[in-house]
Design a protein around this ligand. Structure first.
Ligand code: GLA
Length: 411
């Protein structure tokens, strides 16, 4: 068994801020940045592939953040430098940003400015640098943290004031989602941006994606302090290569839309659990291989599990969520078919080694799994998962602890 599992630690906030201030001074001449802003990565406790089905999700923010140092410009030029590729600055004019015109990681950033401008806000160009300890490609929403860190920065230097309250933050979420969907071209659902922008320390956020809800109705904080119940939220980055992810994600969305069309509903949230059997029967004639039925069953049961999970947490019964996590994972594996060998191995091994519950988190096909683990058992669970990967000849996984942390802000 390997003796030293790899841990992905978050940076102390002051270190993150210092890193981007230093990089800014090295990258741009003249005055320093107007400020430093950040946004976190996220883990979703439960409620997977429900956001684009008008369902419920329950994310928390990670202590791992993307940091941005930014200085406003008078013109509409955007110049960006990333600590990961310091010698390859990214540059564009805001006037040239439109769906299909910009490429690379800067599209996520320029897309946010584009979406805010489309929403009627006056946005100018900027010089900015970015650095991040959100693991990249681990299914922990490093791209949403990038978008949201820039959203709060642009909001601040443009004097929009949207980040000041939850209502305004939902508008920033919408700008980030549009940036990702329309400019970066990833058809994601809004969970990640909502988490990065609206989560708070010591809480999970019960998100309700039904259309037309007010900010208050669409995101309710649920106090969630696993530590006070003697638990740790452990995240395992499987490091599994996720080939074909984009196509598979889009295919899942398309199946849900097709099922909703056949069922004559606007979205799958309109199918309540008591009507699930009738809905599945109605799908059968258009569903030879039963794929649509499996997708719908996952979506409907997952929102039900998410509501139950939130109730347990709100009632102080965190230790009782294990069976819901296990059921969620099984549903994602068997009905939604977005798990993979590595995710299943983490979940099975963690539960056998003492986790209260475990499940994949995020889109799937690789990425990360989470486990709620009694504090005293963390070492054992980590060693067991590390050992199981080694025995299976897999790339060693990486581990992080995820105390529920703050959403996007400045400093
Ligand atoms: C990805 C997407 C989200 C959400 C999850 C699955 O993280 O970006 O919008 O659909 O997958 O829950």
């Amino acid at each position: 068994m390997p003796s030293s599992p790899q841990w992905l630690d978050s940076w102390a906030p002051a270190d993150g801020a210092e890193r981007v201030r230093t990089l800014f001074a090295r990258s741009f001449e003249g005055a320093g940045p107007d400020g430093v802003w950040f946004a976190p990565g996220r883990v979703n406790l439960i409620g997977e592939h429900t956001d684009y089905n008008a369902g419920l999700c329950l994310p928390t923010a990670l202590p791992h953040r993307t940091y941005v140092a930014l200085r406003a410009r008078q013109d509409d030029v955007v110049r960006l430098v990333s600590a990961q590729t310091p010698d390859e600055p990214w540059e564009a004019k805001l006037a040239d940003v439109a769906p299909g015109t910009v490429r690379g990681w800067g599209a996520y950033v320029a897309g946010v400015a584009w979406a805010l401008a489309r929403a009627g806000h006056e946005v100018r160009g900027f010089d900015a640098v970015v650095d991040s300890c959100v693991p990249f490609g681990a299914g922990l929403s490093s791209s949403a943290s990038l978008e949201c860190a820039f959203a709060v920065a642009i909001d601040d230097v443009s004097g929009l004031g949207l980040a000041a309250d939850d209502e305004g933050r939902t508008q920033l979420v919408e700008a980030c989602r549009r940036a990702e969907n329309e400019i970066a071209g990833a058809p994601t659902g809004g969970l990640d941006q909502s988490a990065a922008m609206r989560c708070g320390e010591g809480t999970a956020l019960l998100l309700d994606f039904r259309p037309g809800l007010s900010a208050v109705e669409s995101g309710q904080p649920v106090p969630f302090e696993p530590a006070s119940g003697g638990l740790e939220l452990l995240v395992v980055d499987t490091r599994a290569p996720h080939a074909l992810v984009d196509g598979q994600y889009g295919a899942r969305r398309a199946s849900c839309e097709r099922a909703a069309e056949i069922l004559g509903v606007d979205n799958l949230r309109e199918i309540v659990p008591a009507e699930l059997d009738d809905a599945l029967a109605k799908l059968a004639p258009s569903d030879d291989d039963g794929v649509l039925a499996r997708r719908v069953r996952h979506v409907v049961t997952e929102t039900e599990r998410t509501a139950a999970f939130a109730e347990h947490v709100a009632g102080g019964r965190v230790a009782e969520v294990g069976p819901l996590m296990t059921a969620s994972h099984a549903s994602l594996r068997d009905d939604y078919e977005v798990s993979c060998r590595e995710l299943d191995l983490v979940v099975d091994t963690a539960v056998r080694a003492g986790a209260v519950g475990a499940r994949m988190t995020g889109g799937g096909f690789g990425g990360s799994a989470i486990a709620l683990v009694p504090k005293g058992d963390v070492g054992r669970v980590v060693a067991a998962v590390d050992g199981a990967f080694a025995a299976a000849g897999l790339t060693p996984p990486a581990f992080l602890l995820a105390p529920p942390s703050a959403g996007a802000g400045n400093g």
